[in-house]
Design a protein around this ligand. Structure first.
Ligand SMILES: Nc1nc2c(ncn2[C@@H]2O[C@H](COP(=O)(O)OP(=O)(O)OP(=O)(O)O)[C@@H](O)[C@H]2O)c(=O)[nH]1
Length: 650
């Protein structure tokens, strides 16, 4: 039987035609406006009825293109008819040739070797040379030609070497913004994510900055440094110094928190002046030597070192003021007193560029507004009478990647459009210790026993199934755990740092050992921490009272102690998925913990143990004040503790 063709059905051919030429384009004169274009091969003008693209369409980031889109875009860039282009210049590259799953150790070594060999070809496109005699049309043509050459070079590298690359920016308009930012900046700051600084760094961008003008300076700003332990910062600092890379650690998150604390404290101070505070309400729980004065001293120490342990310059996480001072050190020596320093900020999407700029301008109370004029797409922000920030759109640089799973986990490939999730989930299951995953989510991951061929590490599927079952995510029909939905949640938690993992610097460091400290009990959401401690106390685990590393507290699943602990911890009613808001250095306030404990009706003894664990002191030294009213009506707490929503379910 032949089914009548629905009028609404859209075949591939139709959709391509609509996509390319638009429905009714050409016939509907009202919608189509005549545009004069230049045929770049002849230099002659011609009229086309293409709709004029809005500025945002031109600026839209193009990273992953299907073969056909890539082909059409290349033809358009070449300014020639695409049928002719097809015969001459364009080869359709299958960017998906590489195995998107994980690599074996041997494969990874081979890939890394090949990447090293071809590293020099990972270039950013250069703006061709131009001078006063170059007409805008000539420059446009030159730029397009050289951009096309650049794309061909990278396509060839991908094709002939079978190397997986980042989905680098393919829209010339975005690169044009970068060119302008580089041309006008005295210092170009590459913002990278602390969890994998080198992955987000473009070495060639630094070379390009120097090509444009040797007087220009480069700085690698390692943002999200709050996600690293001190030892991790130290290891990276040693590596970067050894490689002669100018770097600084920063955390837009901590900077924002510090700003809020300052605002809150100044509000409190002004309130306090008119209304004398009741000293008994200052702190409901204190330990013997942790008085209000001591606390303010602690705050000051915290502030000055900005979460740093010893204030060492190499590992220090800068405050906004310090960052601005560093910028000023890069001011050209020959600049006159009236000339403002121009600081270009570039980086991949999601590395925290906006957050960094917001922290900088937040401290200055500057409102963001773009300077009208030629600089339509990148923003210029007058930070002070000495510094102008130039904010470039986030863009993906050409870089190698070993697998697609890595690109997903680094936040370079979007999670919502993901179809293959088992590779990235396996990477998460390999990187984050099973005990930590179980404690964070309140799940129990059933792994295949060693004697049946299990490896002792959960597979991606085992992790996803456990999570899906726990959250009640089931597929329609067969009612199997909905792994794909579970993957979206877990991968987002990984990308936003709730499941912490920092890549070690290249060398011999073992990633497991490098990250061990990250899986600290302080990382577990408050609710689950209470349950965990409660379980420990029920079992009276001896000698572990002051242990805070989860890996110390919960031995390998095969251990007898662990099985007992698991049972107690996972007893019914303990499991709701919880979340961390801050992955590292996150100290719950005493008030916050007490509130969580009050919700759980914890005994004073357990609460004391919990606080002792948190503070690394003897439980006997913890004093509990009786005041419960402090916890009523939400915890305003001290500024330092605001935003402790660590245990929210989603
Ligand atoms: N832990 C932590 N998270 C951060 C920090 N800075 C930014 N983030 C988070 O990283 C994510 C991306 O931050 P944005 O500032 O939007 O990143 P961006 O680079 O401007 O991204 P685009 O606008 O896409 O270019 C957000 O979820 C931020 O909350 C930081 O210092 N520490």
């Amino acid at each position: 039987m032949v089914l009548p063709k629905s009028k609404k059905s859209v075949g591939l051919g139709n959709s391509l035609m609509n996509d390319r030429f638009g429905k009714g384009k050409g016939t509907d004169r009202k919608r189509a406006s005549a545009v004069t274009r230049i045929d770049h091969s002849t230099g002659k003008e011609y009229i086309t009825n293409d709709r004029q693209e809005a500025a945002w369409v031109k600026m839209r980031s193009v990273t992953e293109q299907g073969a056909l889109d890539e082909f059409l875009a290349t033809a358009e860039l070449a300014g020639t008819d695409f049928t002719a282009e097809k015969m001459n210049n364009v080869k359709i590259i299958h960017t998906d040739q590489r195995n998107p799953y994980l690599l074996s150790a041997a494969e990874e070594r081979a890939v890394l070797g090949k990447q090293r060999e071809h590293k020099g070809r990972l270039t950013v496109p250069r703006r061709p040379h131009w001078d006063a005699s170059t007409t805008p049309e000539e420059l446009d043509r030159l730029e397009r030609d050289s951009f096309l050459e650049w794309r061909k070079g990278l396509a060839e590298l991908q094709e002939t070497q079978d190397l997986l690359m980042t989905p680098f920016e393919r829209n010339i308009e975005v690169w044009r913004q970068l060119w302008r930012v580089i041309e006008r900046s005295d210092v170009v700051v590459q913002i990278v994510d602390a969890r994998n600084p080198l992955m987000f760094r473009s070495e060639d961008l630094e070379a390009y900055v120097k090509d444009v003008d040797p007087k220009k300076r480069n700085l690698l700003l390692i943002n999200k440094a709050d996600m690293m332990t001190y030892a991790q910062r130290k290891a990276w600092a040693n590596y970067l110094k050894g490689a002669n890379i100018a770097y600084k650690f920063f955390s837009a998150h901590l900077a924002k928190e510090m700003l809020e604390t300052q605002e809150f404290e100044s509000e409190e101070e002004s309130e306090g002046e008119s209304d004398q505070a009741d000293p008994s309400e200052e702190s409901a729980i204190t330990n013997k030597d942790h008085t209000a004065e001591a606390e303010s001293e602690d705050d000051a120490a915290d502030d000055s070192a900005h979460g740093d342990d010893d204030g060492e310059a190499d590992t220090r996480i800068l405050t906004v003021d310090e960052l601005e001072n560093i910028f000023l050190q890069y001011a050209p020596a020959d600049a006159g007193p009236d000339r403002k320093l121009q600081v270009g900020l570039v980086g991949y999407p999601n590395v925290g560029k906006s957050s960094t700029i917001n922290a900088l301008i937040g401290a200055k109370k500057v409102s963001v507004s773009s300077t009208p004029g030629k600089t339509k797409h990148f923003q210029t922000i007058h930070l002070s009478d000495k510094v102008i920030l130039c904010d470039c759109p986030g863009l993906v640089f050409p870089n190698f990647a070993s697998t697609k799973a890595e690109l997903v986990c680094n936040g370079v490939l979007p999670i919502d459009q993901l179809r293959e999730y088992s590779g990235p989930a396996t990477l998460v299951a390999r990187r984050i210790p099973q005990q930590f995953l179980e404690a964070v989510y309140g799940i129990q991951i059933r792994t295949r026993p060693l004697e049946e061929g299990g490896t002792g590490v959960p597979t991606g599927e085992e992790l996803l199934s456990a999570y899906a079952r726990h959250r009640g995510f089931m597929t329609q029909g067969l009612g199997q755990p909905d792994q794909s939905r579970a993957a979206r949640y877990i991968l987002k938690d990984y990308v936003n740092g709730k499941l912490p993992y920092v890549e070690p610097p290249p060398g011999t460091l073992d990633p497991k050992e490098f990250n061990r400290e990250l899986y600290d009990i302080a990382q577990i959401p408050a609710k689950r921490r209470v349950a965990l401690i409660s379980a420990m106390e029920d079992l009276a685990v001896e000698g572990d009272d002051n242990a805070s590393l989860l890996s110390d507290m919960i031995p390998l699943p095969t251990g007898a102690k662990s099985q007992r602990l698991d049972k107690a911890f996972f007893k019914s009613g303990q499991g709701t998925a919880g979340h961390l808001t801050r992955p590292f250095n996150y100290k719950y306030s005493e008030q916050g913990m007490a509130a969580a404990a009050a919700g759980k009706q914890l005994s004073g003894r357990k609460l004391r143990t919990m606080i002792a664990l948190e503070k690394g002191i003897d439980p006997k030294d913890v004093q509990l004040a009786s005041s419960k009213k402090h916890f009523k009506g939400g915890q305003k707490g001290r500024g330092k503790n605001r935003g402790n929503k660590a245990d929210d379910d989603d």
